[in-house]
Design a protein around this ligand. Structure first.
Ligand SMILES: Nc1nc2c(c(=O)[nH]1)N[C@H]1C(S)=C(S)[C@@H](COP(=O)(O)OP(=O)(O)OC[C@H]3O[C@@H](n4cnc5c(N)ncnc54)[C@H](O)[C@@H]3O)O[C@H]1N2
Ligand code: MOO
Length: 396
């Protein structure tokens, strides 16, 4: 038998196939409310100063520091300036104006006396303590001057960045367009979740699993389809997918059975379908249909999810500016065996700095995978790892 392709070799092949598409840096405008987690493609710049005007930091009295230097002192109050005061007000020397937090500071005032440091009296307000010039006054531009970049390009937009953009009065931001991913699940026996099962049928796991993995990796799931093992139906779904997607991911139909619909349709189009030295995730394929990369994953749900995580997650995350999910080294909590010649990705749970294998190696063990938070990476040449040995662990 010819030497099987390694995981790294297959990863390089997928990167070469998908890379050019993902390298396109198209951008789109989105409203701030839809921009969380997206990556800014242009800087957000404030045209005006922030804050836009000099305003009060405390509920209290606008004053002149010189007038309250002799505190305690009683001064007359000429009125109240609410927040959103539209007309400029002027403070007369020796007087006070009541102000609310956020209200414009009247011309002539140079400090705010917090209300707690005053007492109402006949004929005015007693200022109990001296207040420094500038106290509790927020100057225009004290946060950002006009022209300041409030969010740099390439920033992954967190709530604090959206807050800064909103403060700058920006309603929409330019963000990198997400890669559009289509998922084609296959299998005559596969029916949508919610449908009753006849003997031999199984609920579709790969549709939701792969599309949500894609979304989690920063992509947009533009189409999720499920076709029986009928080449004509799969061909139609494939054509719909390549019309709307930057990347098509198929699941199932790539191994050695009689009804391998993905092979049947894609091999005549030049697909490369092979068995790689990996478990789960042995049968794998790649193709290009009308210029759109197609990555064919095995149908077993654990195999499909692990394959996506190993091959496509790094590429999608990098394309949208998300940080890579890096492997970590840690001791193994319980010894394990692994078939030689295949790189194993066993499911595990990280606890107290060690990784505990969960479930067995079977690629139908979906519930066991739900309880895992990491993949234990066992190299091809290793067939046994002892308790306490260091292993490489890829977070899920
Ligand atoms: N003679 C051989 N048989 C198999 C080999 C092999 O080398 N020689 N490889 C095995 C391995 S490893 C895997 S993985 C599977 C991959 O097969 P396919 O990619 O062709 O997938 P299917 O046969 O369509 O399905 C496999 C398995 O997964 C279930 N499945 C499929 N799609 C879904 C879905 N959307 N949701 C839930 N479950 C799904 C399906 O019912 C099968 O049980 O081939 C082995 N066989
Ligand atoms: O290698 Mo297949 O992808 O699990 O069970």
């Amino acid at each position: 038998m010819a030497r099987r392709r390694t995981v790294d070799e297959h990863a390089a092949r997928i990167a070469a196939l998908v890379g050019p598409t993902l390298a396109r840096r198209e951008s789109e405008q989105v409203p701030l409310a839809a921009a969380l987690g997206r990556v800014a493609s242009e800087p957000v710049v404030t045209s005006g100063p922030l804050p836009p005007f000099r305003n009060a930091q405390m509920d209290g009295y606008a004053a002149r520091a010189d007038d309250v230097r002799r505190a305690p002192v009683v001064l007359p109050v000429d009125g109240v300036v609410p927040a959103a005061a539209s007309e400029g007000t002027v403070l007369q020397p020796g007087h006070l104006l009541k102000v609310m937090t956020g209200a414009p500071v009247p011309d002539g005032a140079d400090c705010i006396v917090p209300v707690e440091q005053t007492a109402e009296e006949d004929g005015g307000v007693r200022v109990l303590r001296t207040v420094e010039r500038g106290a509790f006054v927020r100057d225009a531009g004290s946060d950002a001057l006009p022209g300041t970049v409030v969010v740099p390009a390439h920033t992954r937009l967190a709530p604090r960045h959206l807050a800064a953009a909103a403060a700058a009065g920006v309603a929409e931001v330019a963000v990198r367009r997400r890669p559009r991913v289509a998922v084609l699940a296959t299998g005559a026996e596969v029916v949508p979740p919610g449908a009753p099962l006849a003997l031999g049928q199984i609920h579709d796991v790969n549709g939701v699993a792969l599309s949500s993995l894609a979304v989690e990796a920063g992509a947009e799931a533009v189409l999720v389809d499920l076709t029986p093992d009928d080449p004509a139906a799969f061909e139609q779904a494939l054509q719909r997918a390549v019309a709307v997607a930057d990347l098509v991911v198929t699941a199932g139909g790539v191994s050695k059975g009689d009804f391998e619909v993905v092979r049947q349709v894609l091999e005549p189009l030049g697909a490369d379908v092979t068995e790689i030295a990996m478990q789960p995730g042995g049968p794998q394929g790649t193709a290009s249909v009308r210029g759109v990369p197609v990555v064919c994953l095995p149908g077993n749900p654990v195999s499909a999810a692990v394959s996506f995580t190993v091959f496509l997650r790094p590429l999608l995350r990098a394309a949208v500016g998300l940080p890579p999910v890096l492997p970590q080294s840690m001791p193994l909590a319980a010894a394990l065996h692994s078939p030689k010649g295949k790189r194993q990705w066993l499911r595990g749970v990280v606890k107290d700095g060690t990784v505990h294998p969960v479930g067995g190696p079977g690629s139908h063990l979906i519930v066991a995978m739900a309880g895992a938070d990491a993949l234990i990476d066992v190299p091809e040449e290793v067939d046994f790892v002892a308790t306490g040995d260091t292993v490489s662990v890829l977070p899920l």
